[in-house]
Design a protein. Structure first.
Length: 261
C-alpha cells in the first residue's frame, strides 16, 4: 500500500490571498483554504517529500511527518523552496543528514540562498547542531533509487524557470509541477498506466507560464491515468467550479488530501 498526501494545494499567494482575498473561491467551503504547494509520498519503506512550501512546518505537524528519506525539488520558485529551513528539525530528530535532489537551477539556488543548510557530501556536519542537507543533481530522464523506489525526473517546459516533474516506479505515480507543457520525451518515459497523476492548474485559463484546464485535460486523455488530482490552484479556482468542469476521475486537490494507491 502506497500513500500520497497533498500537503498544500495552493499557488504562490495561497487562498485566501493577502491581495485578492478569496477571489472566485467560496469561503464557506473548507476545501478552498489552500496553503502553498508541497506533497508527501510513501511507497514501501521510502518516505519522500516533494518541495518545501513556506507553510511546511504546519504541513508536517498536521500530518505527523517526522522522518524523511529524501526531498525532491521541482523548481526554484519561493513557494516551492523557501520552507527549506524547516527541514532542520527533521535532521535533529534523525541525527542524520537528509538527501536532497534538484535540477541544476534549483541546486544552485539552494547553494546560494541557503548555503548554511548544505553539508559537504563527503564529510557531512553534525546534524544535531547544524542543519544538514546533502545535495544531488537530478537530471531529466536519469533515474535514481530511494529505498528501492525508482524515481525518474521529467522535463517540463515553458515555465519561467527550469522545472521538473517526477515519475515513481516507471509511472505508478506521476507528479507534474508548474509548466506550460510536458516535454514529449517525458511523456515517452511513462511506461505504466499511472494509478495517480498530479497536475498543476494555477488558473482555469492558460497563462504565459502555466497551462490552462483545456491543456491539462488533453494530457489526462493522452496519459490515461486511473485518477488525476489537480493541485497548485490560485484564488481563480473555486473547488466546486473546477470539480464540476472535470470528469469523475479528475478531482481538485485540497490541503491534507490523502490518496492510497
Amino acid at each position: 500500500m502506497s500513500k500520497l498526501i497533498i500537503l498544500g494545494s495552493g499557488a504562490a499567494p495561497g487562498v485566501p490571498a493577502l491581495a485578492n482575498g478569496w477571489g472566485n473561491c467560496d469561503p464557506s467551503n473548507p476545501k478552498n483554504i489552500r496553503r502553498r504547494n508541497s506533497a508527501y509520498v510513501e511507497i514501501g519503506d521510502a518516505q519522500i517529500l516533494i518541495d518545501t512550501s513556506p507553510d511546511l512546518r504546519n504541513q508536517l505537524i498536521d500530518n505527523n511527518i517526522r522522518h524523511l528519506d529524501a526531498v525532491l525539488y521541482t523548481h526554484s520558485h519561493a513557494d516551492h523552496l523557501h520552507g527549506i529551513d524547516d527541514l532542520r528539525d527533521l535532521n535533529r530528530i534523525s541525527r542524520q543528514p537528509l538527501e536532497v535532489y534538484a535540477n541544476a537551477d534549483t541546486k544552485h539556488a539552494i547553494e546560494t540562498r541557503f548555503a548554511y543548510l548544505v553539508a559537504d557530501e563527503n564529510k557531512p556536519n553534525n546534524p544535531l547542531y547544524k542543519p544538514s542537507l546533502v545535495l544531488h543533481l537530478a537530471v531529466e530522464g536519469e533515474s535514481f533509487e530511494i529505498k528501492g523506489v525508482k524515481i525518474t525526473p521529467l522535463l517540463l517546459e515553458g515555465h519561467s524557470v527550469p522545472s521538473m516533474g517526477y515519475m515513481f516506479n516507471d509511472g505508478e505515480l506521476v507528479y507534474i509541477a508548474d509548466c506550460k507543457e510536458i516535454s514529449p520525451q517525458s511523456l515517452a518515459l511513462i511506461c505504466k498506466r499511472p494509478k495517480i497523476l498530479v497536475m498543476p492548474l494555477t488558473t482555469r485559463h492558460s497563462l504565459v507560464y502555466h497551462m490552462g484546464l483545456d491543456t491539462l485535460l488533453s494530457y489526462v486523455a493522452q496519459i490515461k491515468p486511473l485518477q488525476t488530482v489537480i493541485s497548485h490552484m490560485a484564488v481563480e479556482c473555486d473547488y466546486n467550479d473546477v470539480n464540476n468542469a472535470t470528469p469523475p476521475d479528475v478531482t481538485p486537490a485540497y490541503d491534507n488530501m490523502t490518496l492510497i494507491f
